[in-house]
Design a protein around this ligand. Structure first.
Ligand code: EPU
Length: 433
């Protein structure tokens, strides 16, 4: 995208804060996108009716709901509560158009396999962060006795007598692969052991939800998860989605960039420890309680060597927002992106705004600061880089237009309303073309 133009109808116009002006106030964190999506998929395996509370009202939740309805389920949402009825969700084909919109659609393969022993799905879409293959899924299903076939870019997995027990060692730590096989394993005929699992809080939340409904799962939050054959008993008690640590982290970084006592509430501080540690190293003053973080911009920020890592390490989803903060730090910082191989592309646009960033290879960049940023019109390439551009625009001189607002909406509820409440001048507009 050429600087100065934006290619989509909906954009966010952000006016940079002037001089010594600061953002302040309190922002409440919603339920976690990456927890609610696997739990919605889990509800398909559980059957009956599931009620979820603290559900974030974001586009991905609606897409997941539509995918479940495509399988024969029924999803209703009121406020932050969703009811998911999956008694008749016996379909075995994921709607290709919807599945291509959302990488997390792949989670439904585990649920549909658990239920029907057969699933047909397209290569899942979602954010373009690099190659994002599905080999862990196809290999895993084969290890549990299923056959895998391909036709016209569509994959079909089938286990005529249901999945068998077995052991899967994930050669790469993967969040959704861990979750998919936790769901699929519940209805296997023998014990399923998963090794080299993701340990993210969202994995633990899914395990809690499945256990609440009768699943026999242990070891979640550690690298080895064991799933014993389970008999589901749908639990009528509502299940609360835990707070979104990436939304919380995004606002904490904003507070470090431009805040004066910005209080980020309704989060779990322990889930953002890696970020808090990075910010402490940068000299950012933080006051933390179990479920809130109050943050202010210090007089100067120190540079940092940042390396993304699976949980509990520094999350790749906060790498782009933190890079914006590093443009304002003194001296040279380095970024090592270890999870995805296409997650530094957004830095080109920060350079157009005036950042001094050198990308050495798809995984490594160095950032020299502090550099003043100039307003630009740019398209956000994915959810998190889109959010990072909003942060960059907030610190830039002038008014920026951030295109592809719909991508930010995939992961952040009422983003402009929350930012306005902190004092940022941001509005949603449509391009005349
Ligand atoms: N990978 C493979 N083969 C596979 C699957 C993954 O090689 O079959 C590789 C990926 O290419 C990547 C690594 O495994 O290099 C880790 O990716 P992972 O599978 O963990 O990512 P994901 O499960 O698709 C989830 C989040 C992402 C988050 C990553 C990493 C959900 C719904 N999505 O994706 O969230 O970036 O874990 O933490 O949980 C976001 O919220 O904006 C987002 C992109």
């Amino acid at each position: 995208m050429v600087a100065g133009t934006i290619g989509t109808m909906d954009y966010l116009a952000v006016e940079g804060l002037k001089g010594e002006a600061r953002l302040s106030g309190e922002v409440f964190i919603e339920g976690a996108k990456n927890a609610v999506l696997p739990i919605m998929a889990g509800a398909v395996a559980v059957g009956g009716e599931t009620t979820l509370t603290n559900v974030p009202m974001i586009a991905d939740v609606h897409t997941m709901g539509a995918l479940i309805e495509g399988l024969g389920g029924y999803v209703t949402t009121k406020g932050h509560q969703s009811s998911i009825r999956t008694k008749d969700a016996n379909g075995t084909v994921l709607d290709p158009a919807l599945a291509k919109r959302l990488r997390a659609s792949v989670l439904l393969t585990g649920a549909v396999m658990a239920r029907s022993g057969k699933v047909t799905f397209p290569h899942p879409g979602g954010c373009v962060l690099g190659s994002r293959p599905i080999d862990l899924f196809t290999d895993g299903f084969q290890k549990l006795g299923a056959s895998v076939s391909y036709q016209n870019e569509t994959t079909t997995v089938e286990a005529k007598n249901g999945l068998s027990g077995g052991e899967i060692f994930f050669k790469v730590v993967s969040v959704t692969a861990t979750e998919t096989f936790m769901i699929a394993g519940t209805r296997a005929t023998g014990v399923v052991t998963l090794k080299n699992c993701a340990m993210e809080p969202e994995v633990v939340a899914l395990a809690s939800y499945l256990r609440n409904n009768g699943a026999r799962i242990s070891g979640d939050g550690t690298p080895t998860i064991i799933i014993e054959p389970s008999h589901f008993e749908p639990n009528p008690e509502p299940f609360a989605i835990p707070p979104d640590r990436i939304e919380a982290g995004s606002f904490i970084i904003l507070g470090a960039l431009l805040g004066k006592d910005v209080r980020v509430s309704n989060c779990v501080s322990e889930h953002v420890e890696a970020l808090l540690e990075a910010l402490r190293q940068m000299g950012v003053p933080l006051i933390t309680t179990q479920n809130s973080v109050t943050v202010s911009r210090p007089e100067s920020l120190r540079s940092l060597e940042l390396r993304t890592h699976e949980y509990p390490g520094f999350p790749t989803d906060l790498q782009a927002p933190l890079a914006v903060l590093l443009t304002q730090a003194d001296g040279e910082s380095s970024l090592l992106e270890t999870v995805f191989d296409g997650r530094l592309n957004y830095t080109q646009d920060l350079v157009r705004m005036g950042a001094d960033i050198q990308v050495w290879n798809p995984h490594k960049a160095t950032i020299k600061g502090p550099t003043p940023l100039k307003a630009r019109n740019i398209d956000g390439p994915d959810i998190r880089a889109g959010l990072a551009f909003i942060l960059a625009a907030a610190v830039a001189d002038g008014t920026s237009k951030i295109g592809n607002a719909h991508l930010v909406d995939r992961g952040y509820e009422r983003i402009e309303e929350k930012l306005q409440s902190l004092g940022l001048s941001i509005s949603r507009q449509s391009s005349p073309h």
